[in-house]
Write a new protein. Structure first.
Length: 254
């Protein structure tokens, strides 16, 4: 997170002054790619998951030389999307701990400074920007906690999904050997105990998917809200990697 030299001036119709903004680099290209890969994977998994749970399209193969296996394709896309999502989570965990640009894990330490910043960010949102007492050039502490919540939901979604996937390995045999079903059982069998069997695991999987979509809706709303309230172009961070922060007002120009 660095301050770049490029600046530009903008005339404010509200104050009648010239406001000078400076570009602030917020996220790297790697983070932006992972962000959009995750977003696309969530959309693919959600749509195919809804179809798997309750098919809402029926393919008519009477006029096709080769029947189109719609459910098979939906399951395949769901599985591939989930694998990409799981891989991105592993990359994010690595970047949180070992990134060369900025280790986000440091923003999550419960230090007095971070607790105060989180409180002020929450109050800023609750009071509709009437109170802003934290540095907006740094990562939004409220958003940082929100992303931790998202990744916990994604982790629960992955574990419950893999447990449902292991139902096809009742004989502990797979194309890559017996080690793969044994590993999945070792990692996910606890979910059947916690959630009361495969039915409870399936319901947890479906419920978590809706919670993730609800999170995404709030995330989009919050980014638009920050862009409107802060006037710093936050909605474009995951496109350009930067935002613009007002550095001074030139009161000499009306």
């Amino acid at each position: 997170m660095t301050l770049d030299t490029p600046t530009f001036a903008k005339h404010s119709a509200k104050t009648g002054q010239v406001e000078v903004y400076q570009r602030v680099q917020r996220v790297t290209t790697t983070w932006r790619i992972i962000h959009w890969v995750q977003a696309l994977s969530v959309v693919v998994c959600f749509i195919t998951g809804l179809f798997i749970a309750k098919p809402f399209i029926q393919s008519n193969s009477n006029y096709l030389a080769q029947p189109f296996q719609l459910m098979a394709w939906a399951r395949a896309l769901h599985f591939y999307g989930a694998m990409i999502l799981d891989t991105s989570m592993i990359l994010i965990a690595y970047l949180y701990l070992f990134s060369r640009s900025h280790r986000d894990i440091t923003d999550l330490r419960p230090t007095p400074e971070h607790r105060t910043a989180f409180k002020e960010a929450a109050l800023n949102f609750i009071t509709f920007n009437r109170r802003r007492r934290f540095d907006t050039t740094k990562r939004d502490p409220l958003l940082a906690v929100m992303f931790v919540l998202l990744h916990l939901l994604l982790l629960l979604q992955a574990l419950t999904g893999l447990q449902l996937y292991t139902a096809s390995f009742s004989d502990n045999i797979s194309t890559v050997g017996s080690w793969w079903p044994q590993f999945l059982h070792f990692m996910t069998d606890w979910t059947t105990t916690v959630f009361g069997g495969n039915v409870g695991v399936r319901m947890t999987h479906l419920t978590t998917s809706w919670l993730i979509i609800a999170w995404a809706v709030f995330h989009i709303y919050y980014e638009i809200w920050r862009t409107i309230m802060w006037r710093e172009g936050d909605v474009g961070i995951m496109v350009s990697g930067s935002k613009y922060v007002k550095v001074k007002d030139d009161t000499s120009v009306a």
